[in-house]
Design a protein around this ligand. Structure first.
Ligand code: CP
Length: 333
């Protein structure tokens, strides 16, 4: 039997909407539980039926490979039933509203809605209108909390602790929900965070919340412990933030020459999907410093932990930031 322990006293949230509102204790709890699930799966336990009788629906309005699949796997490994909602073949095309659609799914007995949407605040809106649990699987450029958690889990697993580490997020900071969730989570656990990229994609205002910013990857390389290489989100941009992909690659692609300037034990992460040759070259993405596929493995464990916490006994409590009356916040930086 897997010893996941009793429902933790410190967890009372029904939803996971972002890492900005979580405490360091709550983040650590999720990571600790994810490790228990990972160890059980590594030992060959494919089914841990802690959510038998629950139903989780994936409500994805943007494409996904990793997040959607791993939420489905995580729910099934916990013994829950899963549903995949297809927006393009649904009655949304007949004029039904987004909230009516979600309420109808809930009326069929859904316990957890996992939502991805291009509009920031969509998960908060659902949480305000549904009685079931809502998990944010990415809302525009706002937050992607389970991605932040799995990135942080991978760093913690490799390094033991986040305290005192310097973690650089490189690339399209302006449009990246992964960057925001990483920033909140990493800072709460004691890491120093640098955001790095072209000046059109990195605001100096990050310094206002004690996040260092840099426009030069080559300058910061010698002092970073972890590099998290973010994709340029062309789909969220109205105009090109740099003259050409070739110019971006010249300044920011993590390649073998740049790797030689880093610490010997540098850890290379990328949330995926990766564009080989743009944010990272194949030799680095597939090299010995890379933990990119380990991140994906950890994603299943993190999502099992989150599903167990929000849909389990303690998850029937307060609604987190919604219950506290706070509007969803999408940082202007
Ligand atoms: N990292 C991530 O969110 O990947 P997907 O878009 O494939 O889910």
């Amino acid at each position: 039997m897997v010893d996941i322990g009793p429902p933790p006293e410190c967890w009372t949230r029904r939803h996971l909407l972002g890492l900005e509102e979580l405490s360091a204790e709550e983040i650590t709890l999720i990571l600790d539980k994810a490790m228990v699930f990972k160890e059980a799966m590594t030992a060959g336990r494919k089914k841990i039926p802690l959510l038998t009788g629950k139903t989780c629906v994936n409500l994805f309005f943007e494409n996904s490979t990793r997040t959607r699949t791993s939420f489905t796997l995580a729910a099934r490994r916990l013994g829950a039933d899963t549903l995949d909602f297809s927006a393009s073949t649904s009655s949304l095309s007949k004029g039904e509203t987004f909230i009516d659609t979600a309420k109808n799914l809930e009326a069929m007995g859904v316990d957890v809605v996992v939502v991805r949407h291009r509009t920031p605040g969509t998960p908060q809106l659902l949480a305000q209108n549904l009685r079931c649990s809502v998990i944010n699987a990415g809302d525009g450029p706002h937050e992607h909390p389970t991605q932040g958690l799995l990135d942080i889990m991978t760093i913690r697993e490799r390094r033991g602790s986040l305290k005192g580490l310097t973690v650089a997020l490189v690339g399209d900071i302006a449009h990246s929900r992964t960057a925001r969730s990483n920033i909140w989570g990493l800072k709460k656990l004691g890491a120093h965070v640098i955001v790095c990229g072209p000046s059109t994609l990195v605001s100096p205002r990050w310094a206002e919340i004690d996040v260092e910013y840099s426009y030069s990857l080559d300058d910061i390389l010698p002092r970073v412990d972890v590099l998290n290489l973010l994709r340029i989100q062309f789909e969220r941009q109205f105009s090109r933030p740099f003259p050409s992909v070739r110019e971006y690659a010249h300044l920011y692609t993590m390649d073998a020459q740049r790797l030689a300037k880093t610490k010997d034990d540098i850890l290379i992460l990328a949330p995926g999907p990766i564009n080989r040759g743009v944010e990272v070259t194949p030799e680095v993405a597939d090299g010995s410093h890379s933990a990119i596929l380990e991140q994906v493995t950890n994603g299943v464990a993190v999502r099992m932990a989150v599903l167990w916490l929000v849909a389990g006994e303690r998850g029937k409590g307060e609604g987190g930031c919604v219950a506290a009356g706070l509007a969803p916040r999408c940082s202007s930086i």
